[in-house]
Design a protein around this ligand. Structure first.
Ligand SMILES: Cc1ncc(C[n+]2csc(CCOP(=O)(O)OP(=O)(O)O)c2C)c(N)n1
Ligand SMILES: [Mg+2]
Length: 547
């Protein structure tokens, strides 16, 4: 028997070396020496976040995540982040790793966990290609206002942006992250790790929530210092309720003949307040993707997008709660007779489209509560809606009944899914139907990709929703095209025992695209592979893969 030869990767230069026989002269050794020193002192330091403990940057980061309520890192490992994983190992369960099979899976899992809980979640990826693999999920987190924190590795600190050709080197990674997040910073030393994590969490949950990115160079992860952990978390911004503006809004609303409430993702924590407002005014409450579940679908005042569209020309006051109002203002249109009362935590929202009659800037729940109090003091409750909603619902029921078999599938899923079960929508025919016709009973149980509508987001997002809500049933619908984006995460589901039901609607095509080509482009079909069960030669057989 000869001696086994081992080929291993050299950390920063991306070259293969023969173990023990291919010495590097400087950086590689220095890095591993730091890792070794780090290993010796790590165990005592990272287990618990205490003030003034000597720890390395990775340990300080992990302790800060735990201190800020983040107990799971959805992650895919790699050399640049090994010290971070080691710190998680040493955290003795304060933070756990759930690993995926592709970086997009890690970020989508964090996104699903954030959308289903409303709480900040984190994922980790190596720099360059690893980071770029997560950017579609970050963009969706921005679009769906989800507090998702990406913790991203970097090449050695002194070489960042110098174009040496390091493994996974990328120009201006943190600048790139700024395009898909609210807050992006580099952690440059152990001292600033806790503050930057705390600040990222505060930014992610301030105003309109959204994602953040922290990067850290591979050598900095192991730098040690005496680190002071903040005793308290950094408070997110909050804006006091402007009672003068509330009274002005109440006056506008009290004079309305045909008011309508439109709710978006910013209203998810204001369900009871919105329902009271709607009942006082007998105003229809319109929700589409993100606002579904703010009030239950079965509430007599709940209306969907097609009905809302039919009512729109007659509406004289719209109360927009946590919604961009994009479809209504930019697609359905406005005129001088329509007054808008905007409640939005986004400081820039009022100026974005038509100037509202009144802008209430801050969280939805306290503002709608204040509006309810002001209306109760100054106006009489209405006894019946100004619109014939029964007739509208009958019209919609007749129209949608032709949408088969999607409707029957959705009915079957709703029957099987418990009231608090989570439904994850996708960019597929049955997903589009679900946005109009799937009854939703509670906030954060209808998880929709929002305006990004990025194909293939659903399965990983559903896995994250399940990881964060182990006691709830989670079902994802997807087309065959969308499912193939993340099919490898079936292994993640099995490995981590994440029992998500995914219903794949296999029409063996990018059906949505095909329909458009048929209807608008004279049936000139191009770039539409056969995908699924009815496979063309060389394509995967989904039935075998899933089995
Ligand atoms: C990231 C991304 N790429 C491309 C698209 C364009 N697109 C929308 S639907 C669709 C086809 C979806 O196919 P499938 O998942 O099989 O669903 P089906 O339309 O067949 O129901 C495509 C390619 C998109 N929305 N997002
Ligand atoms: Mg399809």
């Amino acid at each position: 028997m000869g001696t086994a030869l081992r080929i291993e990767g050299c950390y920063s230069f991306g070259c293969a070396t023969i173990a023990g026989e291919s010495p590097c002269r400087r950086a590689d050794r220095a890095f591993w020496q730091e890792v070794d020193q780090s290993m010796e002192t790590a165990t005592a330091a990272a287990a618990k976040a205490t003030n003034g403990v000597r720890m390395n940057t990775a340990e300080a980061t992990v302790a800060a995540l735990a201190d800020n309520g983040i107990d799971t890192l959805y992650a895919l490992p790699g050399l640049h982040n090994d010290p971070l994983f080691d710190a998680v190992y040493n955290s003795k369960g304060r933070v756990r790793i759930l690993h995926a099979r592709h970086e997009q899976g890690t970020a989508y899992m964090a996104l699903g966990a954030a959308l289903s809980t409303g709480r900040p979640q984190a994922y980790a990826a190596v720099p360059g290609p690893g980071f770029l693999n997560t950017t579609a999920a970050l963009l969706s987190a921005e679009g769906t206002c989800a507090p998702v924190l990406g913790i991203i590795g970097q090449i050695p600190q002194r070489d960042i942006d110098r174009n040496h050709g390091h493994l996974h080197e990328i120009r201006d990674q943190i600048g790139m992250a700024a395009h898909v997040s609210k807050f992006s910073r580099r952690i440059r030393s152990p001292h600033e790790a806790p503050r930057l994590v705390g600040e990222a969490v505060a930014r992610m949950t301030s105003g309109r929530p959204g994602p953040a990115v922290l990067e850290c160079a591979m050598d900095v992860w192991t730098h040690r210092a005496v680190v002071e952990m903040p005793a308290t978390a950094i408070e997110p911004d909050s804006y006091p309720v402007d009672l003068d503006a509330v009274r002005k809004a109440a006056d506008v609303i009290a004079q309305a003949k045909k008011p309508m409430i439109v709710v978006g993702g910013g209203a998810l924590d204001a369900g009871p307040q919105v329902q009271r407002l709607a009942e006082f005014l007998q105003a229809p409450v319109l929700s589409y993707r993100r606002g579904r579940g703010v009030i239950p679908t079965e509430h007599p005042l709940a209306v969907n997008l097609p009905i809302g569209h039919r009512l729109w020309p007659e509406v004289d006051v719209v109360i927009a709660v946590g919604t961009r109002l994009f479809i209504q203002e930019l697609q359905w249109g406005t005129d001088k007779d329509l007054k808008v009362v905007r409640i939005d935590a986004d400081l820039e929202a009022p100026a974005r489209h038509a100037e509202p009659a009144v802008a209430l800037i801050g969280d939805a729940a306290p503002y709608v509560e204040a509006l309810n109090a002001a209306l109760a003091a100054s106006a009489k409750p209405r006894s019946a809606p100004a619109f014939d909603l029964a007739a509208q619902n009958a019209w919609f029921a007749e129209r949608i009944s032709r949408l088969e078999p999607q409707l029957s599938y959705l009915r079957a899923i709703r029957r099987a899914l418990p009231e608090d079960g989570i439904f994850v929508d996708e960019v597929t025919q049955v997903g589009f139907a679900s946005r109009l016709a799937f009854p939703v009973h509670a906030p954060r149980t209808f998880i929709s990709p929002g305006y990004q509508d990025n194909l293939g987001w659903g399965y990983g997002t559903a896995l994250g929703a399940k990881a964060a809500n182990p006691d709830k049933a989670v079902v994802a619908v997807t087309g065959d095209g969308g499912f193939l984006y993340q099919m490898s995460e079936l292994a993640t589901a099995v490995h981590h025992n994440l029992a998500v039901v995914v219903v794949v609607f296999d029409n063996s095509m990018f059906g949505n695209v095909k329909r458009i080509q048929q209807e608008r482009y004279g049936n000139r079909i191009i770039a539409l592979p056969a995908l699924g069960w009815e496979t063309a030669p060389g394509n995967p057989d989904l039935e075998d893969e899933v089995a």
